[in-house]
Design a protein around this ligand. Structure first.
Ligand SMILES: [Zn+2]
Length: 228
């Protein structure tokens, strides 16, 4: 793997957490722990994902194993990497509209918090995903999201043609993180990273179809040099 082919974010770097949002061509490490993603809301542990080919079905994975990289893969959906502010436990979440509607972000955060100290805050960064510019959805998708996001959904939409709207997945993810108790200033977003607009850097299911590659996003627990 070429470490240069991953994007990092200052909010996670400043707490000393090893992480990266993969770009096109970023080869997957053999020892990444990742679940079999199914657009659901289940949470797996790094331990459960240890055996290649026998990982559980889940769309969030958590770890407190120092130096063990957990990961999710995406091609338009949201990758979200999270860490406790002391870096001792981390999570990776995959969320498309189904995961958002089902509450996978809250489920991942609940599981992460169980591994953290009582007063420990959480830092979360939303990675490259299909932007509002390129993501038109229809009534059934909006109906599913309206249940959980009734207050914020209008702000996340731009009406296009009858029964359709462009949807800002990142805004919904930010609201889900805030609703689950993550402080606004501890939520980061990689700007200007629409997977469908930028074919040089990203894979995109909507642009390239099901045969497109998958972007690999990883994070690992542990701050060997840190105090506290
Ligand atoms: Zn776009």
């Amino acid at each position: 793997m070429n470490a240069a082919q991953a994007l990092r974010h200052a909010l996670l770097s400043e707490i000393g957490v090893d992480h990266g949002f993969g770009l096109r061509g970023f080869a997957e490490l053999a020892d990444l722990r990742r679940p079999r993603q199914v657009h659901g809301v289940a949470v797996a542990t790094a331990e459960q994902c240890a055996e290649q080919g026998r990982a559980p079905e889940a769309d969030a994975v958590i770890s407190a194993e120092v130096g063990v990289r957990i990961a999710v893969v995406t091609a338009d959906c949201l990758p979200i990497l999270l860490a406790g502010d002391r870096g001792r436990a981390v999570a990776a979440i995959h969320a498309g509209w189904r995961g958002l509607a089902g509450g996978v972000i809250g489920a991942g955060l609940t599981a992460l918090r169980e591994r953290l100290g009582k007063s420990e805050g959480v830092t979360a960064v939303i990675g490259p995903h299909i932007g509002k510019c390129c993501y038109e959805v229809d009534g059934p998708v909006l109906g599913a999201l309206a249940v959980r996001f009734s207050d914020v959904l209008p702000r996340a939409l731009r009406q296009t043609r009858p029964g359709h709207a462009q949807l800002d997945l990142g805004l919904l993810a930010r609201e889900a993180l805030r609703a689950a108790g993550v402080a606004g200033e501890r939520i980061g977003l990689l700007e200007g990273a629409c997977t469908a607009c930028d074919a040089e850097r990203f894979y995109s299911y909507r642009r390239d179809g099901p045969e497109t590659g998958r972007l690999v996003h990883f994070i690992s627990a542990g701050r060997p040099n840190a105090e506290g």
